[in-house]
Write a protein that binds this ligand. Structure first.
Ligand SMILES: [Zn+2]
Length: 418
């Protein structure tokens, strides 16, 4: 259910028809303000909301009544008051409904269901293959969302919304996946397809943007105003937060540093270019280096396996078991990761760089090698002050980011038509 007659989202805007200037808009605005205050500052009294928001008490009371009726807000115990009056406190009702965050990977789909405070209530994962094609993959994703939503205890509002992070260029306003080289998808109206089948609002964003939002709301980036989030998987994506807001660029495609050319004659990339950063610093790059070493006949415990089936977790495991080929493959990957991060630091001067990744690619060895390059290549003063950390949400960053997209819409002010 929409709690507002029209909804606006700074991070996923133009989702619905804008409200025109009228009484309804004023009410929607005020209701969003009240819900925001309860969500962020609850337990809080009606009087405190009135004081902090400047809305008169009658207005606050009537809006609170509607939010209570919708199940979004509940009354709790008694608050303290110097005058001896004990106002009833308000807090958000986490269990009012379910939100599902989805990470669409190149070969997997990860789903996390949460309440409206982003407490995880269920999760599931399924394997996919790009050869399955758009329709089949979307269908499996939708079915998984339905069965995950059905697996949790019933709630008043049921499934409130779905947020999806995808590995490619997304027009976040329309939810169209314009181009995903690793999935080989082009111009897929993912939001429309999913909304048709699910009947709830669906928000689609680039997976690195989703990861950045997830870490900003619930992970290592809480309270950080300027940060760069790196998603290192089969490819590399970057989510850029400037002054507390995700930076999308003109069309929504900002952050494709994975395709920044690092080596003009380097390995071929899925985008058609050569020597892109992600061909040298991604999971695939690390596996490629190990496979090359095996072909070169270098002694390694990996040789027991067919190189095509090698996973980055196995690479990391072999490395920690002392395998030199694995160590070199990961260290070389870390080196290139650091070269790119140094460029990002020089460009954006962030407070924080968060590296989200699969376990193997994000091992301490990789980050240590990256740090060396950052110190060597970053402008010293700038680079020396930047913290580079692993994603606090780990592999959940993108899916939790999807949940954040829905929450952002739920809590955001209605869009004003100009
Ligand atoms: Zn490329």
């Amino acid at each position: 259910m929409n709690i507002k007659s029209s909804r606006h989202s700074a991070e996923n805007s133009h989702h619905s028809t804008p409200t025109t200037g009228n009484q309804g808009l004023v009410k929607d605005l005020n209701k969003a303000i009240v819900l925001n205050m309860v969500w962020r500052s609850g337990p809080i009294s009606r009087a405190d909301i009135s004081r902090a928001s400047g809305l008169n008490r009658t207005t606050v009371s009537s809006l609170v009544d509607e939010l209570i009726a919708g199940g979004y807000v509940t009354e709790v115990g008694m608050g303290e008051s110097a005058l001896g009056r004990k106002p009833i406190m308000l807090k958000p009702n986490p269990q009012v409904g379910v939100i599902i965050g989805v990470e669409l990977g190149v070969n997997f789909v990860r789903l996390i269901a949460s309440d409206i405070m982003a407490n995880v209530v269920a999760r599931s994962e399924l394997a996919i293959h790009p050869d399955d094609g758009v329709d089949a993959i979307v269908e499996s994703m939708v079915n998984a969302i339905k069965s995950t939503a059905a697996s949790v205890p019933p709630t008043l509002q049921g499934l409130i919304g779905v947020g999806v992070g995808v590995p490619g260029l997304v027009r976040a306003n329309s939810g169209v996946l314009a181009f995903a080289p690793n999935l080989r998808w082009k111009d897929v109206s993912l939001r429309a397809m999913m909304e048709n089948q699910l009947g709830v609002p669906v928000f689609v964003d680039n997976e690195a943007n989703a990861g950045a939002i997830g870490e900003k709301w619930f992970g290592a980036g809480v309270g950080v105003q300027n940060m760069v989030y790196l998603s290192v998987g089969i490819g590399i994506g970057v989510g850029i937060v400037i002054n507390g807001e995700l930076y999308r660029g003109s069309m929504g495609y900002a952050g494709e540093m994975g395709h920044f050319t690092i080596q003009p004659d380097g390995p071929e990339c899925g985008c058609g270019n050569r020597g892109c950063w992600e061909t040298l610093a991604s999971e695939r790059a690390a596996l490629g280096r190990a496979a090359q070493a095996i072909r070169d006949g270098r002694p390694t415990i990996l040789a027991r396996r067919a190189s095509e089936r090698l996973t980055v977790d196995e690479l990391a495991k072999a490395c920690s078991d002392g395998d030199e080929v694995s160590r070199r493959a990961l260290a070389e990957t870390g080196k290139y990761l650091g070269i790119g991060i140094a460029g990002l630091i020089n460009t954006f001067n962030p407070d924080l760089v968060i590296v989200g990744s699969t376990v193997g690619c994000c091992s301490q060895l990789v980050l240590d090698e990256a740090e060396k390059e950052i110190r060597a290549r970053g402008l010293t003063q700038l680079a020396g002050e930047v913290r580079v950390v692993q994603a606090a949400l780990g592999q959940d960053a993108c899916a939790i980011g999807g949940i954040s997209l829905v929450l952002n819409d739920l809590l955001s002010l209605p869009k004003i038509a100009l």
